[in-house]
Design a protein around this ligand. Structure first.
Ligand code: CTP
Ligand code: CA
Length: 223
């Protein structure tokens, strides 16, 4: 009976999740991006839909199939992700930002392929909008969850981001740990709220991390 109840425990909840990297073009044949397979965001979307939520996934370019039963919106750049997420923010109850958004994009897009020469190349980059920080400013009763990918001082950096972006939870990800890197099926995360550590999870399959995260969110929202 418990299993059956848990299966649809997110019935009626509108959940928006982002996943994958963003890609910022330099010219028609070159781009800059972040390392991200999209597996974590897609696992969250799949777990939430299985548990009965209405799920929208805003995804950067990945090699993954759109999850069944999920409204998937494909985007490329951080600016595009910003527009698609902001447009949908008010219509959702929970927003989880697992995407690896590029912090900078090339200042100028060269419409033609840039030709090489014998000197070195300097490109100018400008900041992309911080999508999660903007959601934190506009938040009314949405439950806002961020991810923090760190290589050092994980807890300190994660809690700083949680407060700075007005989040309810942050999932801290030590990407230097074995089994927590990119393109693997496992992850090693700790979940923090404003009150500090909520849960430290061992190395787990990303699908199990997704369910554990949804359990914590549900527990806090239900009081
Ligand atoms: N994020 C976002 N928009 C951006 C950059 C990041 O929405 N332009 C979100 C990510 O999806 C993630 C969270 O902010 O949920 C933290 O991302 P991270 O890269 O770890 O932190 P930053 O705030 O970008 O800081 P830094 O990269 O300098 O550590
Ligand atoms: Ca960043």
């Amino acid at each position: 009976r418990d299993v059956l109840m848990r299966e649809k425990d997110l019935h009626g909840v509108r959940l928006l999740v982002t996943g994958g990297p963003t890609v910022e073009p330099i010219d028609p044949v070159r781009y800059v991006t972040n390392r991200s397979s999209g597996k974590m965001g897609y696992a969250i979307a799949e777990a939430a839909v299985r548990r009965g939520a209405d799920v929208t996934l805003v995804s950067g370019p990945t090699h993954l199939d759109p999850p069944a039963g999920v409204t998937t919106v494909q985007v490329t750049s951080a600016e595009e992700m910003y527009r698609e997420v902001l447009d949908r923010f008010e219509a959702h109850d929970i927003v989880i930002k697992a995407a690896a958004v590029a912090d900078y994009r090339p200042a100028h897009y060269a419409g033609h392929k840039m030709k090489k020469n014998d000197s070195s190349l300097v490109l100018e980059f400008v900041r992309t909008p911080d999508i999660l920080a903007e959601l934190g400013k506009r938040k009314s009763d949405q439950f806002l969850v961020g991810f923090a990918a760190e290589t050092n001082d994980v807890e300190q950096h994660a809690i700083h981001k949680l407060k700075q972006k007005n989040l309810d939870l942050i999932v801290a990800n030590d990407v230097s740990k074995p089994g927590a890197g990119f393109d693997v099926d496992t992850n090693v995360v700790s979940i923090y709220s404003r009150d500090g550590l909520v849960k430290e999870l061992p190395k787990m399959d990303k699908r199990a991390v997704a369910d554990a995260l949804l359990d914590e969110i549900k527990g806090i929202r239900d009081g």
